[in-house]
Design a protein around this ligand. Structure first.
Ligand code: GDP
Ligand code: ZN
Length: 357
């Protein structure tokens, strides 16, 4: 019987996948293997399953002498399209030898389409206190998306050194909303210990999960790369040192890659990022299920069903429990404003388009 191993897809290009296997028997630090190059079984295409970065998989050795180049492997959509456009056989890239095959994709906790990422546990929403001026609508859209996918949002208010008052105001807004918030200055180091301790805690080896993953998102210039570099000193090494010989240049920035990074508790944080440190583009999610929008604002939740009108849209109706809670200070006006803006944006989207993509 072939030895099957459990692992995580850390990157994927052109039907080739990097997988890091996790040996659950070993102690932290030595549990995670170097990347092994894999293909996926052709059966996934028949079953309409796209192997995705972040997937928890079972892999097994390829047992043919030619590295499996004659087997009917999974070919991603983009490859099929390209082959069709270029009128060439799709067999060409199968020349690359692989030693392992992805045999099974384990049930997903969630699946984001853009950027394509599976099993994200945490979204670190980075909001600058200043420079650029905080964009609360963008931040609130991130929280709504995360709520819909069952991803836990942690708010990082960065650049607190530039405007302490703005930092305090933002911290208050998101704590009132029910989120964990870290006001920091990535550049000066203020508040960074508390943030690092939080990451150590959620990744502690005894926390019972095999794999904790997260991504940093927010407006460009907010300080995501500065934060990641400060929190994970290994990251620069890894992003520069990874072999990219199987990747074609033009794909590089579009693809997500996941880096297993050791944390202070001896655990591992699987950081999803793109090689160029460009932001994970959550702002391209244009559609929110607007009838469920209110439930995606966690601090509205206890009010739902309490309004005078059963069809209350919580924008300006009389006897609206959400508005009453806001008047009592339980909901920040900026959060309600974002809610109204997202609601109105969604109403202008035709029904057939109104879905999460
Ligand atoms: P990204 O686009 O979100 O990845 O942002 P960067 O990490 O590239 O940061 C953008 C700029 O803000 C850089 O010039 C950083 O040096 C600067 N920056 C990042 N964090 C801080 C901070 O806490 N305080 C100050 N004053 N500047 C910061
Ligand atoms: Zn209402």
């Amino acid at each position: 019987m072939k030895e099957r191993k459990y692992g995580i897809i850390t990157r994927g290009v052109g039907g080739l996948y990097g997988v890091r296997t996790i040996d659950r028997e070993k102690s932290a630090g030595e549990r995670i293997s170097e990347e092994v190059l894999c293909r996926a079984r052709g059966i996934f295409r028949q079953n309409h399953i796209t192997p995705t970065v972040g997937d928890e998989v079972m892999i097994e050795p390829v047992d043919t002498a030619d590295g499996g180049s004659t087997e009917d492997w999974y070919v991603p959509d983009e490859e099929l399209r390209e082959a069709r456009d270029a009128k060439k056989s799709r067999g060409k890239k199968q020349d690359v030898r692989v030693d392992f095959v992805i045999d099974e994709i384990l049930p997903r906790r969630n699946l984001l389409i853009r950027p394509p990422t599976a099993n994200l546990d945490y979204l670190f929403a980075v909001i600058p206190a200043a420079s650029p001026a905080p964009d609360l609508l963008t931040a609130d859209k991130l929280t709504v998306i995360a709520e819909n996918y069952g991803i836990e949002t942690v708010v990082i208010v960065n650049k607190s050194d530039l405007d302490p008052e703005s930092s305090a105001r933002l911290t208050e807004i998101y704590r009132t909303a029910g989120y964990t918030v870290f006001p920091v200055s990535a550049e000066r180091g203020d508040g960074m210990d508390a943030l690092a301790a939080y990451i150590a805690e959620i990744t502690a080896p005894d926390a019972g999960k095999t794999h904790i993953s997260g991504a940093f998102a927010g407006v460009s210039g907010g300080g995501k790369s500065t934060l990641m570099t400060a929190l994970f000193p290994d990251l620069n090494l890894k992003t520069g040192g990874v072999s990219r010989k199987t990747e074609r240049g033009r794909h590089t920035t579009r693809h997500v890659e996941i880096y297993p990074l050791e944390t202070a508790s001896g655990g591992c944080f699987w950081l999803a990022d793109t090689p160029g440190f460009s932001m994970l583009d959550f702002t391209r999610y244009n559609f929110f299920p607007y009838d469920e929008l209110a439930a995606s604002f966690r601090e509205f939740e206890e009010c739902l069903g309490e309004c005078r009108y059963t069809k209350c849209t919580h924008r300006k109706e009389e006897g609206c429990a959400v508005l009453e809670k806001m008047e009592r200070g339980g909901i920040a006006p900026s959060r309600h404003e974002s809610y109204v803006r997202i609601y109105d944006e969604q109403r202008s989207v035709p029904e057939w388009k109104r879905r999460m993509t």
